[in-house]
Write a protein that binds this ligand. Structure first.
Ligand code: FE2
Ligand code: FE2
Length: 333
């Protein structure tokens, strides 16, 4: 096996492609430029340009180069590469060359397309696909809080969409969950929390875009229809055999408020996870531009939530504000 003493300057711009990743592409034609490390010259040389049609001999040679650790792709091709990996997300766990920021980007991209599919058609096979990807992501996030911060740094702050809102709620909520999770939290708890946050608003997928997109005040009957997303969401998840505690709490309780002013139960008795979802949900909604309201800055949203301590659990909204003030999340894009 060759010793791959690749200079640092090279690994900044290129990364080694491993066999699992290579196998995931069509073997006769790759959508990426390939490079080989030349030991005599001490540098990378172009092996082939993207979309070159390979002969059987070349396919063999490429495999050989790859197994010896001498095959590279350029970080300039990252958009193509990440689109590819997002479709087979488990590859992020075997690719040692991806930067943590790249894994976060790819994971979010994968969640976007899985959620899109699932919201369009909330059925078992699409749920399973989404769940498989979420498990890859939780496997990755589970052990390292820093990685989760990179997700929070990538909050969508542009126009509202159900998918983007759901991912925001997932990132913020899971960050809050990890901060307050007791020592004995199991991986399964973490997975369930992740799914519950991501799908807290699944019922909205059933509400007509005519109502959700309205810029004028809603009529009482339209308000009722929006509020029906709570029960609709719970029913969808129940039908998919996903009515475990945190899923039930997130779907049913995320619009309840501590002072009883929420809906649908006007309950003051809200579970810990219901309160967490409420904070993550409200914060995520406020930082996006909605049909009826401008986007607030992260800071303004966090301050508004902590000020509304009669409605939102201050022990959670306070954590967001503290992290923002102390710049724990780092620069939020
Ligand atoms: Fe909701
Ligand atoms: Fe929501």
């Amino acid at each position: 096996m060759a010793v791959t003493a690749v200079p640092d300057s090279i690994s900044e711009e290129y990364y080694q492609i491993n066999e699992a990743i290579l196998d995931s592409f069509s073997k006769y034609r790759l959508p990426l430029d390939l490079f080989v490390f030349n030991y005599d010259a001490g540098q990378l040389l172009t092996y082939s340009r993207k979309d070159t049609r390979f002969s059987n001999e070349q396919v063999e040679e490429i495999r050989q180069l790859c197994s010896e650790g001498d095959l590279f792709v350029s970080r300039a091709d990252h958009p193509i590469y990440s689109r590819h990996i997002a479709k087979q997300l488990d590859l992020v766990l075997v690719d040692q060359n991806l930067k943590e920021t790249e894994v976060a980007d790819i994971s979010i991209r994968a969640l976007e397309s899985r959620l899109d599919e699932f919201f369009a058609q909330p059925v078992k096979p699409l749920f399973e696909k989404l769940y498989a990807d979420v498990q890859v992501i939780t496997e990755y996030l589970w052990t390292d809080m820093h990685r989760l911060r990179l997700f929070v740094r990538r909050l969508h702050t542009g126009d509202h969409s159900l998918v983007r809102h759901s991912i925001n709620t997932f990132s913020v909520g899971l960050w809050l969950y990890m901060l307050s999770a007791p020592e004995e939290t199991h991986r399964k708890d973490f997975d369930q929390a992740a799914m519950a946050l991501l799908l807290h608003d699944v019922g909205m997928a059933k509400i007509s875009g005519f109502i959700t997109g309205k810029t004028t005040p809603l009529k009482p009957e339209e308000k009722e229809k929006i509020q029906a997303h709570i029960l609709a969401g719970y029913k969808i998840m129940h039908k998919l055999d996903q009515s475990h505690d945190v899923m039930r709490q997130s779907t049913l309780e995320h619009h309840e408020r501590l002072d009883g002013s929420g809906y649908p139960q006007h309950s003051k008795d809200i579970s810990q996870f219901g309160r967490l979802t409420a904070v993550a949900d409200a914060f995520s909604a406020m930082v996006q531009k909605r049909p009826y309201a401008e986007a607030k800055t992260l800071d303004a949203a966090a301050r508004e939530l902590t000020a509304a301590r009669n409605k939102f659990d201050l022990s959670m909204s306070g954590k967001i504000l503290t992290a923002l003030v102390s710049d724990t999340f780092g620069k939020v894009r």
